[in-house]
Design a protein around this ligand. Structure first.
Ligand SMILES: Nc1nc2c(ncn2[C@@H]2O[C@H](COP(=O)(O)OP(=O)(O)OP(=O)(O)O)[C@@H](O)[C@H]2O)c(=O)[nH]1
Ligand SMILES: [Mg+2]
Length: 469
């Protein structure tokens, strides 16, 4: 599946957003990819809430229509006081905005291309429009589209209001240098309760491009004290990461090991035969897959293959699973992808592994957070996305953690570090829960004091081997 990208230039996007207010736009449909037909338009744009049409022609005109109402193919005439037509003409500085004529409908909700009376898009299932100024909307045709009725591109975006800042943050974070130092110290001195385990093993799982590898690079950078990019990150149609990798982290150049191994995987794709294979994922959970194993979406690793680690100890198994999701793409998560996550959740729950959900790219998702990361827990938009994710995944809101990784920075930043380290600290807390979750299989042969670092014998005890996991 090719990556579908917007044809709006930065300047055009800025002008369009100036008409729409404090919103985010998500590309739903692009005619050059999905087809210049009414059917392709309705398949992708029906029942999507507020949307904006963006049509392009050879004269350099970018024009279209905004509606706050759904397309449903009901055949009805839809009233919408918020609807408007607009044009960002070539070279023109101020965009044209045309409100509907009083009491006339905004559009006719038919099975054709979008029909705003004065502008009918995808006429005759082709890359063209009909222009009837005066019907529902009045404008000068030359000003709207330069009298050029042929389209070079046609896109529809979902429009999502961003909301403002909450008066009080929904989670309290202390944004001080002391807090950063304390978090680093706590993480470095983490000691798993189980004597045989040296490091917490945390697995990052998520869709292609969600920011898994970048999260590892960022945490590594915080502890190294400078930017690092050990894991290859970036964007491509397919997963950039194709191997299973287990990364250790050093505190400073040549410094001691941080007791945390971050495991990076290939991205998930919604189709069964693409992206990380669920059978491989379960074998990763159980500690059977070695570092640098080349993952293959079509053929999962078999038990008798040379790369299969048969004897997995508690050191090899995954202690905490972190679902990584791009905050900007929450509303674009398909049912197929959510079903895949539900399947993974079931398998993870069966193995008793605690789970966290990391919302990445909060800076890209909300301009107020991009302006100041300290706004992350005050942003109405981020809070809404966190709640949506909690509901979609069936994960308590307390397990949903927004982060911003290092993407284009050259220097470390205290606020970014604090948010990253807070997430890592939570991963270590959950790793402890994993150990506490284990049940003894053979009480007779296990010496409680041998197993635990502390002498707290009230906690449940597990056997040294991971055969029950
Ligand atoms: N602005 C911003 N960009 C980010 C953030 N996290 C990741 N990115 C960018 O997102 C893109 C994809 O990141 P990766 O870390 O490669 O994503 P991945 O999940 O490892 O992707 P695959 O290996 O392809 O499955 C990169 O260009 C990163 O720079 C973030 O918090 N903020
Ligand atoms: Mg990656």
């Amino acid at each position: 599946m090719p990556v579908v990208t917007s044809s709006l230039s930065e300047d055009q996007q800025k002008k369009l957003l100036s008409l729409l207010g404090h919103v985010r736009i998500h590309l739903l449909y692009k005619a050059s990819v999905h087809g210049f037909t009414a059917l392709a338009f309705h398949n992708r744009c029906d029942i999507q809430g507020p949307t904006v049409i963006v049509a392009y022609n050879d004269g350099g005109f970018v024009f279209g229509a905004y509606t706050s109402q759904d397309y449903t193919q009901s055949g009805a005439k839809v009233s919408d006081e918020e609807a408007f037509l607009y044009s960002i003409s070539a070279g023109g500085s101020k965009p044209l905005r045309v409100a509907g004529i009083n009491r006339q409908c905004a559009f006719t909700d038919e099975a054709t291309g979008p029909n705003y009376g004065a502008l009918v898009f995808l006429h005759e299932n082709a890359a063209k429009i009909i222009s009837n100024p005066g019907e529902n909307f009045t404008f000068q045709a030359a000003e709207m589209h330069g009298e050029d009725l042929a389209l070079t591109e046609f896109e529809v975006y979902r429009v999502e209001g961003l909301g403002d800042l909450l008066a009080k943050p929904w989670r309290n974070i202390c944004w001080t240098a002391e807090r950063r130092q304390q978090l680093m110290k706590d993480i470095q001195s983490y000691n798993p309760e189980i004597k045989t385990v040296q490091q917490a093993r945390v697995l990052l799982v998520g869709p292609v491009g969600a920011g898994k590898s970048t999260f590892f690079n960022s945490v590594n950078s915080v502890f190294r004290g400078n930017m690092t990019s050990q894991a290859i990150a970036g964007t491509a149609g397919k997963s950039v990461t194709t191997q299973f990798r287990t990364y250790t982290i050093k505190a400073g150049k040549g410094g001691g090991l941080v007791p945390l191994i971050l495991c990076d995987t290939m991205g998930l794709e919604e189709n069964a035969e693409a992206g990380l294979n669920i059978e491989d994922l379960v074998n990763i959970f159980r500690g059977h897959i070695k570092d640098r194993y080349q993952l293959n979406p079509f053929t999962p690793l078999q038990m008798d293959s040379p790369g299969f680690k048969k004897q997995a100890t508690l050191n090899d198994v995954i202690h905490c699973v972190v679902y990584v999701v791009d905050t900007c793409k929450v509303s674009l998560l398909t049912q197929k992808m959510l079903d895949k996550f539900a399947d993974i959740r079931k398998k993870t729950n069966n193995l008793g592994i605690p789970q966290i959900l990391l919302m990445t790219k909060v800076d890209e998702a909300c301009p107020l957070v991009a302006e100041d990361l300290k706004n992350v827990y005050c942003s109405v938009y981020i809070q809404r996305k966190a709640r949506e994710l909690s509901e979609f995944f069936g994960i308590p809101l307390s397990c949903v953690l927004p982060v911003k990784s290092y993407s284009d920075e050259l220097e470390l930043d205290q606020d970014i570090d604090i948010l990253l380290l807070t997430a890592v600290q939570q991963m270590l807390n959950y790793t402890d829960s994993f150990f506490e979750n284990q049940v003894i299989e053979d009480q007779e042969v296990v010496d409680h004091q041998e197993l635990y670092r502390s002498n707290d014998l009230t906690r449940p005890v597990l056997s040294g081997q991971a055969k029950h996991v």
